[in-house]
Design a protein around this ligand. Sequence first.
Ligand code: NAP
Length: 273
Amino acid sequence: VRSLSGRELAGQIRAATADLAARLTAAGSPPRLAIVAATADESSAWYVRSLTRAADKVGIACQVAELVEDISKTLSMLSADPLVHGIILATPLPDGARLAALAEAIDPAKDVDGASPASLGRLMTGERGFAPATAEAVVRLLDYHGVALGGTRVVVVGRSAIVGKPVTHLLLDRDATVTVCHSRTRDLASVTSSAEVLVVAAGRPGLIGVDHVAPGAIVVDVGTNVLESGELTGDVAPEVAAVAGALSPVPGGVGPVTTALLLQHVVEAAGPP
Ligand code: NAP
């Protein structure tokens, strides 16, 4: 099976980002990212650490704001801060809180993960704005590996506002014929096995097995699941490698491209040097 690695592409995006960040800093406007996160949560803390490290490597400064009671107020203050160019609200959020609703307080010009209703609306209508980085990463990864999308039968598993729906829209924009599946889809395997390109973003380890994949299909695994053993795994079972034509690895596929794009969005938000 061909591996749809994201490492090389991520490296290219990072190099371009570092170059622009250096020019911005030299021009007196160092790019800065604010991350709002509940750092007491282990997965949030891990995300903050890895993102901060990645940002540091390309010359983007980070500040972390603790996710407390009045999230909207924190986001509004950061939106008004001229020294902050990008704002990310990390999940998980407190019970009952909805990402898109809270993200409404993020200035769309600083919404580098395209999470707000304004950004998602822009994505739908084709106006300039930031797409959610994971969704964009899926399309960039397919492009990088030369997978044609025009007229292609694509199936997306997952319909969240931050991955499934935006990736569906980006694929439609590229003239793919897209079918979206979710937890209420009847006979998932019969739908997914009709895909020439299968994009899986369900957050269920091993959800996609050999029976779900047509021989030779191209499979992008967005799933990022931490097993009890601490091992990181996707949504696609390892056996799928025997039938698929190409498969993105976890880790090392969509993940590094997502991080690189997020940081690229920050320097873009900081404007031309
Ligand atoms: P989410 O909000 O939990 O959405 C999961 C989606 O999968 C839902 O639409 C759900 O359907 C569907 N689903 C769940 N179980 C299913 C099943 N048995 N059969 C069919 N569909 C099923 O998750 P998310 O935020 O979109 O993230 C999805 C995955 O991507 C997670 O593993 C996450 O960690 C990963 N992720 C990776 C990156 C990256 O950079 N690589 C970034 C973000 C997220 P319903 O709508 O019916 O509930």
